[in-house]
Design a protein around this ligand. Structure first.
Ligand code: GLA
Length: 549
């Protein structure tokens, strides 16, 4: 039953004329009596693929790990050193265990044995970094195609899921990327295979007590944003939404070099936008970055970083870290821009206006009330003026505080909007701090209210909110809930009877409620939207109320 909190809104309007968005938040928090629950940020690190392809070995990985430290990137937040395809040439022993080339992966200390991947993991960990590994969901992996090096068959984990993921965890890896070349070749169903993989990863984690971050790489062919947030009962941590940005230059039988493509980078950004699926610490992955690789200008590199930050994308660098220019390094480590990407609300940008084709305004709602990261993006071939209207960002009241996100320089915001000239093929990244428009609060429908407050098994008693008002272009929904478990509980969200996404509800601790944010596509024609949360007969979160902003 909808419960418009008119008194709250009245208070807010009075306070709103006096001060800023924080007061709005205070009022809302008092109403909800809940604390914000920060969600895991997108991963930050490096991957071997873009620069080294299938020639990767121990020497290369050690040099990159050292460069992550000496460049200051680790200090800025980068931590994963991910070994992509090419580490394994497809050999197994008689028991099916993976066998690696001892020359490529030698002993790194007297007590170590050559051909043991735990050597490189120990090295990476010794620098305070985390280690990532790679496999394929099918029998063959992507190394069935030659690249910078020759091709190799049987580099996939099919028929060995349990064995391989346990092995990765035992070696000490913290992250695993699972590609789809073999699965695609065999015409397998990705939702089925990746669910089996998710369960194998979960079992490996239980056996070893070691967390394996799950990077699902199906390139967006089968709309993974619709099923990856709930694959095998829990979400994949990140899921690829498109093909590779890097454009290999093919010479003879092998790809002779690597080049970044600006057009492909932009189209990967577009394909990665699925704000309804990106929330509570699980992210759309538009591919590892090409920033700093041959092919992009300084301006294009900076725009690339702004696009990945505003879409809350994983920041996995594909350039050779030993060769980064000071300009690229500054882009990669700018604290304001990293904070946009890593914001604890974990939401993705939404396109709020496109007054003319190619002139776009993107807005990412940040955790702090009234705060937005805004990108004015000019995709046309000439310099153009772009305007952002505060009302389009869901802000109200007087002019907000406005800064250039890259420099921190204060800008002049007029009462209704801000406009500026943006060069061709470039963007302006802004930080806006204003006052939120009023929220509409909803309680679960009568009857189920009592059930929800007892923390029922939700599959028998879905929690339903009716007459929920739309907020175009996308509703931002604050969910107040309790989860006393140490780990997340899960629920699926249906909007007007259609499955929208799986949602992870992190722990709120043993006492008290907390809130997370999601974004949902509601029917803007009606104020009759119905939102239903349900689980697969497991204890779910105790959902108390939602608020739409
Ligand atoms: C696919 C993936 C890339 C990379 C290569 C390795 O193309 O999308 O990210 O892992 O395979 O071959």
């Amino acid at each position: 039953m909808k419960e418009r909190v008119r008194s709250t809104n009245r208070i807010r309007l009075v306070l709103g004329t006096l001060c800023c968005g924080l007061l709005t938040a205070t009022v809302i928090r008092a109403q909800a009596v809940a604390k914000p629950i920060p969600v895991p940020p997108p991963p930050m690190g490096w991957s071997s693929w873009n620069s080294f392809s299938n020639t990767v070995d121990s020497q290369i990985v050690m040099a990159q790990a050292r460069a992550m430290i000496s460049s200051g990137m680790h200090k800025a937040g980068y931590q994963y050193v991910n070994i992509d395809e090419g580490w394994w040439l497809g050999t197994r022993d008689s028991e099916g265990n993976i066998v690696v080339d001892p020359n490529a992966w030698p002993a790194l200390a007297p007590s170590e044995r050559a051909g043991d991947m735990s050597n490189i993991v120990r090295f990476i960990h010794s620098l305070g970094l985390k280690a990532g590994i790679y496999t394929d969901a099918g029998r063959d992996g992507c190394s069935m195609f030659p690249d910078l090096g020759p091709k190799y068959l049987h580099t996939g984990s099919e028929d060995h899921y349990q064995q391989d993921f346990l092995q990765f965890a035992k070696w000490g890896f913290d992250y695993v990327k699972v590609d789809w070349c073999g699965g695609y070749k065999e015409n397998l169903d990705p939702a089925v295979q990746y669910a089996e993989i998710a369960r194998a990863i979960a079992r490996a984690e239980t056996i070893t007590g070691h967390r394996l971050y799950f990077s699902l790489c199906e390139w967006g062919k089968n709309s993974p944003w619709t099923w990856a947030p709930d694959v095998g009962g829990s979400p994949a941590d990140i899921w690829r939404t498109s093909g590779d940005i890097v454009a290999p230059i093919v010479a003879g039988h092998e790809h002779a070099d690597r080049k970044a493509s600006f057009a492909k980078m932009l189209s990967n950004f577009d394909q990665g936008i699925h704000p309804e699926a990106e929330h509570t610490g699980y992210y759309n992955d538009p591919d590892m970055m090409v920033l700093g690789m041959p092919g992009l200008t300084d301006e294009q590199n900076r725009l690339h970083m702004a696009l990945w930050a505003i879409s809350g994308a994983p920041l996995i660098v594909g350039a050779d870290l030993t060769k980064l220019s000071p300009t690229v390094l500054a882009d990669l480590t700018n604290p304001n821009v990293l904070a946009i990407d890593q914001d604890p609300a974990g939401l993705q940008a939404v396109k709020v206006s496109e007054p003319e084709p190619g002139l776009q305004v993107w807005s990412k709602a940040l955790a702090e009330p009234g705060k937005r990261a805004v990108l004015l993006l000019n995709r046309t071939a000439s310099e153009q003026s772009i305007e952002v209207k505060w009302a389009d960002l869901g802000l109200t009241g007087t002019a907000p505080h406005l800064t250039d996100a890259w420099t921190g320089k204060e800008l002049h915001a007029a009462a209704g909007s801000y406009s500026t000239m943006v060069p061709a093929g470039d963007g302006m990244l802004l930080l806006v701090s204003g006052m939120e428009r009023p929220m509409a609060l909803y309680k679960p429908t009568v009857g189920e209210d009592a059930q929800a407050s007892r923390g029922a098994v939700l599959c028998q008693h879905p929690v339903r909110f009716i007459h929920v008002e739309a907020r175009p272009p996308m509703a931002r929904i604050q969910i107040v809930y309790e989860n006393p478990d140490p780990g997340p509980r899960y629920a699926d969200l249906q909007v007007n009877g259609e499955m929208q996404t799986g949602i992870a509800f992190p722990s709120t601790g043993k006492t008290g409620a907390g809130y997370i944010w999601i974004q949902a596509v509601l029917d803007s024609g009606a104020s009759a939207n119905e939102l239903t949360f349900s689980t697969a007969c497991k204890p779910g979160p105790v959902i108390q109320s939602i608020a739409v902003q």
